[in-house]
Design a protein around this ligand. Structure first.
Ligand SMILES: [Mg+2]
Length: 237
């Protein structure tokens, strides 16, 4: 876990979903490969050939953007002119979280603790339907006040409109929110620019530690007038 910034007062946590609220390499790989297989079929290419083009694009993009990553949705749009409606439909048809994931009681216990202090949202590059199915399989769907996805504003992360919309639906300004995700460029760079907090995780194991990371600092702020305030700067690594 790497904490980039924690605001003095946190009102809400905005979680990425995949590789953040669960860790499952097979499912992540499936999500990357299955749309590529479908597109390859449509274009009469082999999946390997198409994957090669995607990797080339990723490399060029990173070279032109100081090593930054780009989402598969944006690659499909820019490289193959696959529109947003099609991307959403494909993901809804292809992705089956129930084939890969199972209930996670430790995640539920963690989120219940966090929910006592903060409003919780999921903000994902998957369609909301897929996000809901995923959260239901994990056994935590009822714990989020807001779930926003690819179809909420019909744009891929990172995007300012959909990020601001997520904060607005929670009812808080960006400065009172903390984004939590596994990809800095896609989940954290923009939130930090907009004044949100940002926490990079390696997967769900880091999420289990989040209450212990956040609560002692909150208690210091709440209970001790002698203790200097911990500011965002103190948490920079
Ligand atoms: Mg992710």
């Amino acid at each position: 876990m790497k904490i980039y910034r924690i605001p003095e007062k946190i009102s809400a946590l905005i979680f990425d979903l995949d590789s953040t609220l669960y860790t499952n390499d097979d499912y992540v790989r499936f999500q990357l490969e299955s749309p590529v297989r479908r597109l390859a079929e449509i274009r009469g290419m082999s999946p390997g050939e198409l994957q090669g083009e995607i990797e080339e694009y990723r490399k060029d993009y990173a070279k032109d953007h100081e090593g930054a990553q780009v989402s598969l949705g944006n690659i499909f749009k820019r490289l193959f002119n696959i529109g947003m409606e099609e991307t959403i439909r494909w993901r809804e048809e292809l992705y089956k979280p129930e084939d890969f994931l199972s209930p996670d009681p430790r995640l539920r216990e963690t989120l219940l603790r966090l929910r006592n202090e903060y409003a919780l949202a999921v903000y994902t590059n998957n369609p909301v339907l897929v996000a809901r199915k995923t959260l239901a399989v994990l056994g935590v769907e009822d714990l989020f006040q807001v779930i926003t996805g690819l179809d909420t504003c019909r744009v891929s992360k990172p995007n300012e409109i959909s990020l601001r919309k997520t904060a607005a639906l929670l009812g808080f300004p960006p400065e009172a929110c903390v984004a939590v995700g596994d990809r800095y460029d896609i989940d954290l760079a923009l939130p930090l620019k907009l004044g949100m907090g940002g926490i990079l995780v390696d997967g769900v194991e880091d999420i289990y530690c989040l209450p212990d990371e956040l609560f002692p600092k909150c208690q210091i702020l709440k209970t001790s007038s002698d203790t200097p305030f911990l500011t965002g700067k103190d948490h920079l690594e």
